[in-house]
Design a protein around this ligand. Structure first.
Ligand code: PMT
Length: 397
């Protein structure tokens, strides 16, 4: 979604400047064009050459430089940017920005800027909580500038508290969010993701290979588009995204209860999870020993509820989007599941295809609508597939 977008990055003096190098690298991987302005203090922490190499562009460090083009450079940079992100933003630069001081390239471009501006503060906790900084940040916020959160941690100076700059992936998310149309405002979207775990005894369980990546990508994309998002997730190793509500579950029965508690006032339920269809009939409180009567040569299983089907049958205003993980005849089986579970759309993936299904960062999917029309998509990242799916959901309202 950032492909060919122009991102202007302002870097001020602070140890977090090294994280901005990683941000440039991530931005370039999305296909964005990146230009960097550094203050003289920033150049004390990290070399302009680092940013020049990563951005593949000249780095702007001075107001007056013969190398720059014949346009008025600070104006052309301001016009060029789709988003201007200042990361790290020091207390000093924030104070200048709030008070209209333009005494270097960064603050001058800011004053001329008409694009969206994001500020990622990075400073000592006491500086962040100083009345002057609080007032300056409020002034900028009141003018429509987005002030990003900071993290709480042990800071470079040894003090503990807020003031640590967000991680590059979080800033990337905020940049994408700033450029995303808010077409899901007012919609509550419930997403299930990841595997379920069905206990056999205190050490053993039945599960599957779902990593949660598909569902988490959907949750992040829905947040970017302004939806109120509840993410119901089985055990995964992924970082919890910044959703309105996160519910961690273990078993398919837990997932059923969680969906039930969220369904009534939901507008959309997306079932990207891979819930286990069966669970052991009996769960042992103690570890089953190899020589015990009820050893593990066979396990009696019972059916779990089919969550998508249950809610498909009782839905009122809700749209229900299912997934189908198949290893053959995916379109035929997908169409069958769409009907049987009374879904509004189904996304089928053949888990045997390379780059599709469980665990991978990419997926290869066909989307089948209510009328049985099939749209087969080529291989793409799970983030891009999430965007495609939500584009289609928006059209269903
Ligand atoms: O998590 P990743 O590693 O990123 O992998 C993504 C994925 C492969 C898990 C995902 O793309 C996917 O295909 N999810 C559906 C997996 C699945 O359970 O498919 P199914 O064909 O068995 O079920 C069909 C639909 O019914 C699914 O929407 C499923 O969530 C739902 N279902 C299934 C069983 C059950 N007891 N209750 C359900 O609601």
């Amino acid at each position: 979604m950032l492909k060919n977008k122009n991102i202007l990055l302002g870097v001020t003096g602070g140890i977090a400047a090294y994280k901005s190098a990683a941000l440039v690298s991530k931005l370039r991987k999305t296909g964005a064009n990146v230009k960097v302005i550094m203050t003289s203090s920033a150049c004390e922490f990290i070399s302009p050459l680092t940013f020049q190499t990563l951005s593949n562009n000249i780095v702007h460090t001075e107001m007056f430089n013969q190398l720059y083009n014949m346009d008025v450079e600070h104006i052309s940079l301001a016009k060029w940017a789709d988003v201007f992100v200042i990361a790290p933003a020091s207390a000093n630069t924030i104070a200048k920005m709030a008070n209209g001081i333009a005494d270097n390239m960064l603050t001058t471009v800011f004053l001329a800027s008409r694009s969206k501006v994001l500020v990622a503060p990075a400073m000592n906790t006491f500086m962040l909580n100083n009345e002057a900084t609080i007032k300056n940040l409020k002034t900028l916020e009141d003018r429509g500038i987005s002030i990003l959160d900071t993290q709480s941690d042990v800071l470079a100076c040894g003090d503990e508290g807020s003031g640590k700059m967000l991680e590059p992936e979080d800033i990337l998310f905020e940049i994408e969010s700033a450029l995303t149309e808010k077409d899901l405002i007012g919609k509550k979207i419930v997403i299930t993701s990841g595997p379920t775990v069905e206990k056999i005894d205190p050490v053993r369980y039945l599960s599957n290979y779902s990593s949660g990546k598909m569902g988490y990508s959907l949750a992040k994309e829905a947040v970017k588009r302004g939806a109120n998002v509840t993410l119901i997730s089985g055990p995964t190793s992924l970082d919890i995204p910044n959703v309105n509500k996160f519910i961690r579950i273990e078993s398919t029965l837990d997932m059923f209860d969680a969906v039930e508690s969220e369904f009534e006032n939901a507008d959309v339920l997306i079932k990207a999870a891979a819930p286990a269809d069966y669970r052991p009939a009996k769960v042992s409180d103690e570890k089953i020993k190899k020589d015990a009567k009820e050893d593990l040569e066979s396990i009696e299983l019972v059916h779990n509820p089919d969550i998508a089907k249950y809610f498909g049958n009782i839905k009122q205003k809700q749209l229900i989007i299912g997934f189908a993980a198949e290893s053959q005849n995916e379109i035929e089986y997908g169409k069958g599941k769409l009907k049987k579970k009374n879904l509004d759309m189904i996304v089928v993936n053949n888990i045997k295809q390379k780059g599709a299904g469980f665990k991978s960062d990419t997926n290869i999917a066909s989307i089948i609508d209510r009328d049985g029309n099939v749209d087969s998509l080529s291989i793409m990242s799970k983030e891009c597939l999430a965007e495609e799916i939500l584009n289609r959901i928006v059209k269903l309202f």
